[in-house]
Design a protein around this ligand. Structure first.
Ligand code: PEP
Length: 253
C-alpha cells in the first residue's frame, strides 16, 4: 500500500446470486462498511442484478462494476451488453479480460484492448485483469506473459485515459483454488506491472496506477498482501459472496 493511492477492494460475484439474493447481500453489506472513506468499495454482481444492487447501494460509499461488456455501441450482437447499458444500470467500473473470460470465452489481448478503449470512451473505469497460468509460470514465462497482457490491453490508450484504469493481477493458478500467491510473489509481479507501465507512459501514470491482487484473497491473508508497497487493493471472488467476509476484507488493518 502506498498512501498516495486509495486502496480499491472489489467483489467479483461471477455467475452467482439472483436479483433477490444480490439485493440482500448489498443491503447487509452497506451498514458493515458505513463510514469507510479511505478505501474504495466496489461490487460486481451479474448483469441481471446490476439495477437492483444499484438501488440497494444508492447514497452509500459502495460503487458498482460489471463483469464484462462488448466493444461496439449497439446492434446485432446477441447476448452482449454495451457500455451505455452498463452506465444506465449504475456502473462506474467494468471488469475486462478476467482470466475466466480469456480461458472459457476466447478473450484475447486484442478483444481486451477493444473493450478497454470503448469503456474509456464511454466514461466507464476499467479494471483490466492480467495473470499467468501455472504452466506459463513454471516455464519461466511470467515476465513475458504479464508484459504482453499489460502492453496489449492498453494499446492506443492515451495517458489521460490510463489514469482511470485499474489493473488486477490475478495469477490463474490462485483463482478459486484456495492457493494464494505469497505477498512476496504478488509484490514481485505488481512491481513488474508498474515498471512496464512506466516504460509505456511518462508523467507519473505508473506511480498513480492502482494494481489490485486477486486470487483466493480472504480476511486472513488480506492484510499481509496489502502491506506490500505495490499492492493497492484486491479483486475478490469467493470471499465477496458473504457480507461479513467482504466487510472484513474492506476493513483490513
Ligand atoms: C476472481 O474471480 O477474480 C477471484 C480472484 O476469485 P477468488 O477470490 O475466488 O480466487
Amino acid at each position: 500500500m502506498n498512501p498516495k493511492r486509495i486502496p480499491i477492494i472489489a467483489g467479483n460475484w461471477k455467475m452467482n446470486k439472483t436479483t433477490g439474493e444480490a439485493k440482500d447481500l448489498a443491503a447487509k453489506l452497506a451498514p458493515l462498511v458505513t463510514g469507510v472513506k479511505d478505501r474504495e468499495i466496489v461490487l460486481g454482481p451479474p448483469f441481471t442484478a446490476l439495477h437492483a444492487v444499484a438501488s440497494a447501494v444508492k447514497g452509500t460509499n459502495i460503487s458498482l462494476a460489471a463483469q464484462n461488456m462488448h466493444w461496439e455501441d449497439k446492434g446485432a450482437f446477441t447476448g452482449e451488453i454495451s457500455a451505455e447499458m452498463l452506465l444506465d444500470s449504475g456502473c462506474k467500473y467494468v471488469i475486462i479480460g478476467h482470466s475466466e473470460r480469456r480461458q472459457y470465452f476466447g478473450e484475447t489481448d486484442e478483444t481486451v484492448n477493444k473493450k478497454m478503449k470503448q469503456a474509456l470512451k464511454k466514461g466507464l473505469f476499467p479494471i483490466m485483469c492480467v495473470g499467468e497460468t501455472l504452466t506459463e509460470r513454471e516455464a519461466g514465462k511470467l515476465n513475458e506473459i504479464i508484459s504482453r497482457q499489460v502492453s496489449g490491453g492498453r494499446k492506443e490508450i492515451a495517458a489521460d485515459d490510463m489514469k482511470k484504469v485499474v489493473i488486477a493481477y490475478e495469477p490463474v493458478w490462485a483463482i478459486g483454488t484456495g492457493k494464494t500467491a505469497t505477498p512476496e510473489q504478488a509484490q514481485e509481479v505488481h512491481a513488474l506491472i508498474r515498471q512496464k507501465v512506466k516504460e509505456l507512459y511518462t508523467g507519473g501514470i505508473a506511480e498513480g496506477l492502482r494494481i489490485q491482487y486477486g486470487g483466493s484473497v480472504t480476511p486472513d491473508n488480506v492484510s499481509s498482501l496489502m502491506a506490500k508497497p505495490d499492492i493497492d487493493g484486491a479483486l475478490v471472488g469467493g470471499a465477496s459472496l458473504k457480507p461479513e467476509s467482504f466487510a472484513a476484507l474492506v476493513n483490513f488493518k
